[in-house]
Design a protein around this ligand. Structure first.
Ligand SMILES: [Mn+2]
Length: 494
């Protein structure tokens, strides 16, 4: 349902989840403002057993003038829109309505439909609402309080942007004009004395699974988890820490890593695989494990136990393979040839004048480089973008006459770091294919592995059972992991 279609209803109610947080309030408020710009008169409400008492939220409502009403009952409206939550789920009171729409970023718990918009990859519902408003032409400049609210919603839902993983979240964080003084004030009253007590209790009783600290907090605001994991991460005995708390619908996690051998975002993705969502950066990450999804896969097992078992599995099941020191006999592995699949590339100086520092943003993350006549930008099979020297390009690829096309959840963008101007990369991209024959030696992994290369001292490749470990033919230290599905599509056995 578009915003115009929503605004066409007579009696509209926007509902935040019970025990509202900054993200649900920001999302509801931005939607409320957008529908008013379109001439509607919506109400913004929440329900549940208790009213807002948290100081930062009380200040947020007051300083931004957000007309959030607490209701115990509701006469069925023509349209009910639940934000940051899903109608019928356990974390909001269920109200009747002639028509129901859902805007959320948690794991889907309801059936898909034209009135259901759920994007679990996003770090906050504020990001989703921002994107909706942006495509509907909402005038953000005329609504500074909406901008500040959305910024704060994302800020709090991603633990101060530390546990953010989608490029759209980064776009909001970078581009949104916000009231700095007001955000500063909200940051300085994020904890109550009772919450300080939760932090103390959580830190007082750590479990340890292998070298990973596991700390359980009482149900609390997810921000407390980030704060607590930042402290626990500094304990010498822990290579990584996972702090979690039970919330309606599942477990919320905050993850920190202190060693090269564990990337926080990869650990988050491992823990959440098939039962939730998780990500962030290599040092800080977050996630959510859905109780329903856990019950489906591990019937009868308490959620806490599922988490402990997954952590134990993580801690014991990886082989560590260092490029400069390993026992793999690549020469005896089968030979494969890389298929000549079309890739994309763009000349960097077609985007901005030579010498401009730029940031390339893709689903895979940000890459900083600069434009120059001899720098091209390659677009890989997964939509990742990386710079390549024109000379090397000419030696490795040949041009195709066909136009380059790619479909992805987020089209790569290029930002001029001096002016802040941002453009889409794809309209500048051409097609090419690898020119020569690339032969590798490879075999499927029988155990999960992490591969540490010589050229990147921070990150590693991780592979699941069935993914391939490979090296260019004739080398033993240029090794990497290739995802099984990608391998099947891009290599052929010789
Ligand atoms: Mn949220």
């Amino acid at each position: 349902m578009t915003l115009q279609e929503m605004a066409a209803h007579q009696n509209i109610v926007i509902q935040c989840h019970d025990i509202p947080d900054a993200d649900t309030i920001a999302s509801g408020y931005a939607l409320w403002a957008a529908l008013r710009q379109l001439g509607a008169q919506p109400r913004l409400v929440y329900s549940g057993r208790a009213q807002v008492t948290k100081p930062n939220l009380a200040w947020m409502l007051k300083l931004l003038g957000i007309p959030l009403e607490y209701v115990e009952q509701l006469d069925a409206p023509d349209l009910l829109v639940t934000v940051d939550c899903q109608h019928g789920a356990g974390n909001l009171r269920c109200f009747e309505a002639a028509r129901v729409a859902v805007i959320d970023h948690h794991r889907p718990e309801i059936e898909e439909g034209p009135d259901v918009l759920i994007r679990p990859a996003l770090g906050s519902c504020a990001t989703l609402v921002w994107d909706l408003l942006r495509s509907a032409g909402f005038n953000f400049a005329a609504a500074p309080t909406v901008c500040t609210a959305l910024y704060y919603g994302l800020y709090t839902d991603t633990n101060g942007f530390a546990e953010m993983f989608h490029p759209l979240d980064r776009d909001l964080a970078d581009s949104m004009p916000f009231d700095k003084a007001l955000i500063k004030r909200l940051k300085s009253c994020a904890l109550t004395v009772e919450e300080l007590d939760i932090v103390a209790d959580t830190l007082a009783d750590p479990q340890q699974i292998s070298a990973i600290g596991l700390l359980k907090a009482r149900p609390c605001d997810p921000n407390i988890l980030g704060f607590t994991s930042d402290i626990a991460q500094q304990v010498e005995q822990f290579d990584a820490v996972v702090v979690y708390c039970p919330l309606p619908g599942g477990l919320k996690l905050s993850i920190r890593s202190a060693v090269r051998e564990i990337m926080a975002n990869e650990l988050a993705a491992f823990l959440a695989r098939d039962i939730g969502s998780g990500g962030g950066n290599i040092e800080k990450a977050g996630g959510f494990l859905s109780a329903d999804a856990m019950e489906k896969i591990y019937p009868g097992t308490p959620p806490q136990r599922v988490l402990e078992d997954r952590l134990a599995l993580y801690a014991r099941s990886y082989d560590h393979v260092y490029a400069n020191n390993h026992q793999l006999d690549f020469a005896s592995m089968p030979r494969y040839q890389k298929l000549p699949l079309p890739l994309g590339f763009a000349k960097s100086t077609d985007l901005f004048p030579a010498g401009t520092p730029i940031t390339v943003r893709t689903l895979e993350g940000d890459v900083d480089t600069h434009t120059a006549a001899d720098i091209y930008l390659m677009i890989g099979v997964e939509g990742e973008v990386y710079p390549i020297k024109a000379e090397r390009f000419a030696a490795t690829y040949k041009l195709l006459p066909t136009p380059y096309t790619m479909t992805t959840d987020y089209a790569p963008t290029i930002t001029n770091k001096i002016t802040g101007d941002k453009i889409d990369l794809l309209p500048f991209a051409h097609s090419c294919v690898p020119a020569g024959e690339k032969i590798i030696r490879a075999m499927p992994l029988t155990r999960q592995a992490k591969v540490f290369t010589n050229w990147d001292t921070e990150k590693y490749f991780f592979g699941r059972v069935g993914d391939y470990i490979a090296a260019s033919e004739g080398t033993t230290d240029d090794l990497y992991i290739i995802n099984r599905e990608i391998f099947d599509k891009t290599y052929r056995l010789l």
